[in-house]
Design a protein around this ligand. Structure first.
Ligand code: TMP
Length: 238
């Protein structure tokens, strides 16, 4: 497969067209941003960790019946994915209070929920990714009712599978963000990434943060945390 011109550059990834009209190549960067791009930095080695971790998790999800965009890992930082148009919704699942949930609703971090929660943000940097509900999403024509039903069902299934998988390596899956895409035939599949950038991951025994909150909150040892998650998932560092 030949990598052709870049068609998109996001905060953490670049996307390239290829000679196959149904395939893109994504390339993961070490660039890190937080608070809608107001805080900027670099997390050395992050691109490789996020690429390899996303691919490992997406393959596990596929094996368990969740359709994803994953096709083939090309290198440390590059992966072939199915071409999709991204549904402009950030789908957030929470198992434990943290981050904006704790902030918005005035509770401490670490409260374990009886059931996971789901919420949507409208993926729009100019507006600061505002929280919306499924009626707003339909009014804005971001997705149909059927697509939203599929997205909700897949997101909770992903949560069940990821929660169990992370526990086997001593990690609590606190919360995470997913993005979905439409293939050319209109099928909804899981896209984007699943990484310490997009998940809150706490050590099961100590609750030590092993995710991007170390960067957002200047907690130090950011690189080490990313490598530690990868080491646990694969038994080796990248
Ligand atoms: P939040 O508590 O800040 O809303 O974040 C919930 C989860 O979503 C957390 O695991 C981090 C992830 N997330 C992203 O992946 N991208 C974002 O832009 C934001 C705000 C959160």
């Amino acid at each position: 497969m030949t990598k052709l011109e870049q068609i998109y550059e996001g905060k953490a990834k670049k996307v390239y067209r290829t000679d196959d009209p149904e395939r893109f190549i994504v390339e993961y960067k070490d660039d890190a941003t937080a608070f809608n791009g107001q805080k900027k930095g670099t997390i050395l080695g992050k691109g490789a960790v996020n690429n390899r971790m996303t691919n490992l998790l997406m393959q596990m999800l596929e094996e368990n019946g969740v359709p994803t965009h994953f096709v083939q890992e090309l290198s440390d930082r590059e992966t072939v994915v199915k071409k999709v148009t991204i549904v402009p919704l950030e789908v957030i699942i929470r198992n434990v209070s943290a981050g904006h949930f704790a902030q918005n609703y005035g509770v401490e971090e670490g409260i374990v929920f009886d059931e996971p929660t789901i919420e949507f943000s409208y993926k729009n940097d100019d507006l600061g990714d505002p929280l919306i509900n499924s009626y707003h999403a339909r009014a804005l024509k971001l997705a149909t009712r059927e697509e939203i039903d599929t997205i909700v069902r897949l997101a909770f299934r992903v949560n069940d599978l990821l929660k169990e998988f992370f526990l086997t390596v001593g990690i609590r899956l606190v919360d995470f963000k997913l993005e979905f895409g439409r293939t050319s035939d209109g099928t909804i599949i899981l896209a984007d990434e699943i990484s310490p950038d997009t998940c809150r991951l706490w050590d099961k025994d100590t609750n030590e943060k092993l995710d991007k909150d170390r960067f957002r909150r200047d907690l130090g040892q950011v690189e080490d945390a990313y490598q530690e998650v990868m080491r646990r998932l694969t038994g080796k560092t990248s």
